[in-house]
Design a binder for this molecule. Structure first.
Ligand SMILES: C[S@@+](CC[C@H](N)C(=O)[O-])C[C@H]1O[C@@H](n2cnc3c(N)ncnc32)[C@H](O)[C@@H]1O
Length: 259
């Protein structure tokens, strides 16, 4: 099946911007992954699939922690970056080009399936979760980390969607925690943990550069930031720092489920 419009937009966006998701990106700090599984009985080792691996930070973490890793993404350029990172860390990963919504693996292939800070791009988030559940072996673990929005704050949600869409038109949709938990249960997995933690967007200008936001769209985002609804200001703690940087705090969702 050919890629849909949204998948093409994501692939092209990350083909262009792949070099901005390496060591200097905030995603290079993988402490959230270790924290996500802390205290849970998750045996290290076995087959792992990292979906939408981007710069490969999660895939490399998995490989360093004993898993045999397939790192997949829509963008071949991102997979090259992921392979370079694996080489630098002296670990092996296998790469595969495919979309998150259709996984070319038999049922029950993997002991862990991960997807970190990417699912908000996907066209069919329910289909992605169903596919992740299908390729997990019985007892296998699904780890999802992504930006999220609080339940019941519709004005704030609309505002962050508008900001994200102008900044990076391949943005799809942040789902609230209940939305993800429902999709995961409907796919037949047991939710072990579903939490959100605040996570700082460190500087609007850095954020624009990372995505290669057009000048027109930067102006639109600045306009949204100049006149935000009160709810968005409160929920995202939108601020101008003493050094002039514009920052806010997202909710970062961590969901762990077992098959
Ligand atoms: C921010 S990066 C991911 C970060 C990475 N997971 C990490 O832990 O550092 C987002 C990635 O999602 C990929 N992507 C977006 N939509 C996709 C889809 N439908 N299927 C597969 N990959 C997709 C992009 O190509 C990009 O590499």
């Amino acid at each position: 099946m050919p890629l849909d419009e949204n998948q093409i937009a994501s692939r092209d966006q990350f083909e262009r911007q792949s070099r901005n998701y390496g060591k200097t990106h905030i995603l290079a700090d993988v402490s959230d992954i270790a924290a996500a599984i802390e205290g849970l009985e998750i045996p290290r080792g076995g087959m792992a699939l990292d979906i939408a691996t981007g710069g490969g930070h999660t895939a490399v973490w998995l490989a360093e922690n004993g898993w045999t890793v397939t790192a997949s993404d829509l963008s071949p350029a991102m997979l090259e970056r992921a392979s370079e990172l694996a080489d630098e860390h002296d670990v092996k990963i296998t790469t595969a080009v495919h979309e998150a919504e259709r996984l070319p693996y038999p049922d029950g292939t993997f002991q862990i399936v991960t997807c970190r800070v990417a699912a908000h791009h996907f066209t069919d988030q329910a289909g992605f979760v169903r596919e992740a559940a299908r390729v997990l072996a019985p007892g296998g673990v699904f780890l999802l980390i992504d930006g999220s929005v609080p339940d019941g704050e519709s004005e704030a949600e609309a505002w962050i969607h508008a900001v994200e869409k102008f900044r990076d038109p391949s943005h799809g949709r942040f789902l609230p925690p209940c939305g993800w938990a429902d999709l995961v249960r409907e796919a037949g997995l047991n939710v072990l943990r579903c939490t959100t933690t605040p996570f700082k967007q460190p500087d609007l200008e850095w954020y624009f550069e990372t995505a290669g936001t057009t000048q027109d769209n930067r102006a639109k985002v600045r306009a949204l930031i100049s006149y935000p609804p009160e709810e968005a200001k409160r929920v995202f703690r939108l601020a101008q720092e003493p050094d002039g940087k514009i920052t806010w705090w997202w909710l970062r969702l961590t969901l762990i489920a077992r098959k």
